[in-house]
Design a protein around this ligand. Structure first.
Ligand code: AHR
Length: 661
C-alpha cells in the first residue's frame, strides 16, 4: 500500500472516530437460564402534546362544551361574569346573529357553560363553524357519529343543520338535520356520511347552521369517525394499529405529570373520568390545555386490552406539580381512592367498584401486576415521599398482596429521606427510573444495568428517550434508543419493564409541548419516527431467555462530547419453545463493521436467518408527515451458521432471527 492510500485510510478512521478491530461474540445458548421479563416492552402515555384531545381520542370537535371562552372574564369573585366568545368557534354572520358563552347556562353540573346564539335575521347563512383540532379529517365513504345538546331559548328556535364542509364552506361533504328543539335541554344524536369520492384531507370544518330566527342554546357537541374495534367513545384506528404493531405488553398510565396535575383540583381524579362521558367535567392538563376526560380510566384500560397489553397503573399519591403535598393521615383519602381504583380494575361483581366497572360495560376484570405510587417524587423537595409511599404501599399490599408496588424514587434517596423523616421499614419492590438523554449518553450508559445489584429491588424504566430531533426523533436518536434497549433487554432479569416517553405529538403549530416524540399525529394522518420502528423491531423479536455472550475485541468509538464507548451494542435472547435466537445489534460507528459469531451449545443452525435493518444515509434523517416512511425496517436474509460473520452497515440497527431447532 502506498503512503497516500495509507493516509487516506487513516483519515477515514479518524473521521469515523472508530478503531479498526472486529469484535467476536460467543453466544452461550445452552447457558440461557435467566428469564426475559414477560412485561419487558411496553408503552407510556399521558395527556401531553395533544396526545388524546386532537390525537388518539377520536372525538373531533374542539371546545364542544364551550368551556374555553376567548375573552370571558370575571375580575374578581364578586363582579359579574363578562362573557366573551367560544374558542375555536366562528360565527359566519355577525350582523344577523350574535353569540356568547354563558358560564352558567349548561345542561348539567359537568357542562356548566353553553353557547347562546341569538339569531335576529334568518338569511340562510347563519351558522357556527368549529375548526376542530387543526382541521377535520374527510375521505371517501367516511362515517361519523355525533351528538349535540340543544334547547330553544325562546319559542322560535326549532332546527339545526349539521354538516362537514370545506374551509371555504363551498363544498358540503356530508350533512344532516336536527329537528324538534324545545325549551328543555335535549340530546340529539346524528350521523354524517360522506358518499362522494373525497381525497383524504384535513381541510374541513364542522358547521352548525340555524333553521330559524330565535335564541339557541347549544352544548357538548361531539363527532366521532370510525373507532378501533368499533368502540363507542373510542380511539383512532390508525394510531391503535400502530401501537398494536409495537407488540406492547403493558401500558403505563395516566402519567407522567398528568397523574399529578398542577394543583389538587387538576390531578387525575379517576372517579371523575368514568361513566357517561356527558357527565365528566374534564380538567386542565398540566401541559396547558383542557382535557375532556372523554378518554378516562375505562378507556385507558380498554386501550391496553385492545393492544394486547396489561395496565401499569399510576395512582395519585398526594403530591402535585406546584410542590403542594398532603401527608400523614391526611392522605388516607387518596390511599382509599387508590384502593378503589385498583378495585375498579380487578374487582369482582361483589365489590363496589368492580360492580361499577361492570355497569360501565366491562364485565371481566383486567390483568394487573404493577401499581406505581405517584410520579417522579424525587421532585418533592419536602422529603414527604417515604411517608406517603409507605401508607400507600402497606394499604395496597394488605388488600392485594399479589401486586408489585413501584416507587418513583430510588433506594438511596428513599433510605436517606426516610431516615431524616424518622420513617422505618420502607419496603421496595420495584423502582421507576427515568432517562432523557442524547445519543452519546445512551451509548455511554449501555452497560449501566450490567452491574446493578441482583438482590436489590427490580427496575421499571418508566420513561426514557434519546432526545434528538423534533417534533419526532431522527435516526441518531433511534440508534441511541436501540443501544439503550439492548442494555435493558440483556438485563431484563432485573429490568422488568420499560417504556419510551412521550408516545405522541400533534405536529401542528401549538401541538407540541415536549420535543422528540415517538409518533407524529395530525387529525387525518400519523407516522412513526425511526425510534418507533426501532421499538417495533425489538419488541417483535424477543425470546423468553437471556443468552449470555462473551465479547472479545470490542472496537471503541469516540463520542462527540468527549470520551468513548463501545461501537457495537448487542442483546441475545432465545425462545425456549421454538428455539429461535434473536440477535440484536447496533452499530454506532460511521464505518461498516464486520462482527464474528460463534454459537455454543446448539446442535444445528439453519443457514439463512431473517434479517431486519433500520438505517439511513444520514443520522440526522427523519420521517415526517410528508415523508412518513423514509426510514423503515428493511427485510432480507443473512447467511448464518454455528460460526459466521455479519458486516453491519454504518449507523445501523439489525435484528437477526436464527433458527436453532
Ligand atoms: O414525558 C414527559 C414528562 O417527563 C412526564 O410527564 C414527566 O413524568 C417527566 O418529567
Amino acid at each position: 500500500m502506498n503512503k497516500s492510500i495509507l493516509s487516506l485510510a487513516f483519515a477515514a478512521l479518524t473521521i469515523s472516530g472508530a478503531y479498526a478491530q472486529n469484535p467476536k461474540f460467543t453466544l452461550h445458548i445452552d447457558e440461557a437460564n435467566k428469564n426475559v421479563s414477560p412485561t419487558l416492552y411496553g408503552m407510556m402515555t399521558e395527556e401531553i402534546n395533544f396526545s388524546y384531545e386532537g390525537g388518539l381520542y377520536a372525538q373531533l370537535v374542539r371546545n364542544g362544551s364551550f368551556k374555553d371562552d376567548v375573552n370571558g372574564q370575571r375580575k374578581n369573585p364578586w363582579t359579574p361574569w363578562k362573557p366573551g366568545g367560544p374558542q375555536y368557534w366562528t360565527l359566519t354572520d355577525t350582523v344577523a346573529a350574535k353569540m356568547h358563552v354563558d358560564p352558567r347556562g349548561g345542561f348539567n353540573e359537568a357542562n356548566k357553560s353553553a353557547l347562546v346564539l341569538d339569531v335576529k335575521v334568518n338569511n340562510g347563512g347563519v351558522a357556527i363553524d368549529n375548526e376542530g383540532f387543526w382541521g377535520y379529517p374527510v375521505k371517501s365513504k367516511a362515517h361519523y357519529n355525533g351528538a349535540i345538546w340543544a334547547k330553544a331559548g325562546d319559542g322560535n328556535a326549532k332546527s339545526l343543520k349539521i354538516s362537514l364542509v370545506s374551509l371555504d364552506g363551498k363544498t358540503v361533504y356530508a350533512s344532516t338535520q336536527v329537528q324538534g328543539l324545545s325549551e328543555k335541554w335535549q340530546k340529539f344524536e346524528f350521523s354524517l356520511n360522506i358518499a362522494a369520492k373525497v381525497a383524504l384531507s384535513k381541510k374541513a370544518k364542522l358547521r352548525i347552521a340555524v333553521g330559524e330566527t330565535g335564541k339557541y342554546l347549544l352544548d357538548r357537541v361531539t363527532l366521532f369517525p370510525e373507532t378501533f374495534n368499533g368502540r363507542k367513545n373510542g380511539l383512532r384506528v390508525d394510531l391503535m394499529t400502530m401501537m398494536k404493531n409495537m407488540n406492547p405488553k403493558f401500558l403505563r398510565f395516566p402519567g407522567g405529570n398528568y397523574l399529578e396535575g398542577n394543583d389538587f383540583k387538576n390531578r387525575f381524579d379517576w372517579k371523575r373520568t368514568i361513566g357517561n362521558p356527558d357527565e365528566r367535567p374534564g380538567h386542565m392538563s398540566p401541559w396547558g390545555y383542557r382535557s375532556t376526560d372523554g378518554l378516562g380510566l375505562l378507556e385507558f384500560l380498554t386501550w391496553a386490552e385492545d393492544c394486547g397489553a396489561e395496565p401499569i397503573l399510576g395512582v395519585f399519591a398526594g403530591y402535585v406539580l406546584s410542590g403542594d403535598y398532603i401527608s400523614g393521615e391526611y392522605c388516607d383519602g387518596f390511599v382509599q381512592d387508590a384502593l378503589d381504583e385498583i378495585e375498579y380494575v380487578i374487582g369482582g361483581p361483589e365489590t363496589k367498584w368492580g360492580a361499577q366497572r361492570i355497569k360501565d360495560g366491562h364485565p371481566e376484570p383486567f390483568p394487573l401486576h404493577y401499581v406505581e405510587i405517584g410520579n417522579e417524587d424525587f421532585f418533592d423537595n419536602s422529603g414527604s415521599y417515604p411517608g406517603r409511599y409507605k401508607r400507600f404501599y402497606e394499604a395496597i399490599k394488605a388488600k392485594y398482596p399479589q401486586l408489585q408496588c413501584i416507587s418513583t424514587i430510588d433506594a438511596k434517596m428513599m433510605s436517606e429521606q426516610a431516615k431524616r423523616a424518622g420513617i422505618e421499614d420502607v419496603k421496595l419492590d420495584v423502582i421507576d427510573e427515568h432517562y432523557y438523554r442524547d445519543c452519546d449518553d445512551m451509548y455511554r450508559a449501555a452497560h449501566q444495568y450490567d452491574t446493578y445489584d441482583r438482590k436489590g429491588p427490580k427496575i421499571f424504566c418508566g420513561e426514557w428517550a434519546t432526545r434528538e430531533g423534533k417534533p419526532t426523533t431522527n435516526m441518531n436518536a433511534a440508534l441511541g434508543d436501540a443501544a439503550w434497549m439492548t442494555a435493558m433487554e440483556r438485563n431484563s432479569d432485573i429490568v422488568v419493564a420499560h417504556c419510551y416517553a412521550p408516545l405522541f405529538v400533534n405536529v401542528n403549530k401549538g401541538g407540541m409541548q415536549w420535543e422528540s416524540d415517538l409518533i407524529g399525529v395530525d387529525t387525518h394522518k400519523a407516522y412513526g419516527s425511526p425510534s418507533y420502528y426501532a421499538q417495533v423491531m425489538f419488541a417483535n423479536h424477543v425470546g423468553d431467555k437471556i443468552v449470555p455472550v462473551t465479547v472479545e475485541d470490542m472496537p471503541k468509538m469516540k463520542l462527540g462530547k468527549g470520551g468513548e464507548s463501545d461501537q457495537v451494542f448487542y442483546s441475545v435472547t432465545r425462545d425456549s419453545k421454538n428455539g429461535n435466537v434473536y440477535l440484536k445489534l447496533v452499530n454506532g460507528g460511521k464505518n461498516a463493521q464486520p462482527v464474528t459469531f460463534a454459537l455454543d451449545g446448539v446442535k444445528t443452525v439453519k443457514g439463512k436467518a431473517e434479517k431486519w435493518q433500520l438505517s439511513s444515509a444520514q443520522t440526522t434523517d427523519t420521517n415526517s408527515m410528508d415523508e412518513p416512511t423514509k426510514i423503515v425496517p428493511v427485510a432480507s436474509k443473512a447467511a448464518v451458521g454455528k460460526n459466521f460473520t455479519v458486516t453491519l452497515d454504518p449507523s445501523s440497527i439489525v435484528v437477526l432471527t436464527l433458527q436453532t431447532k
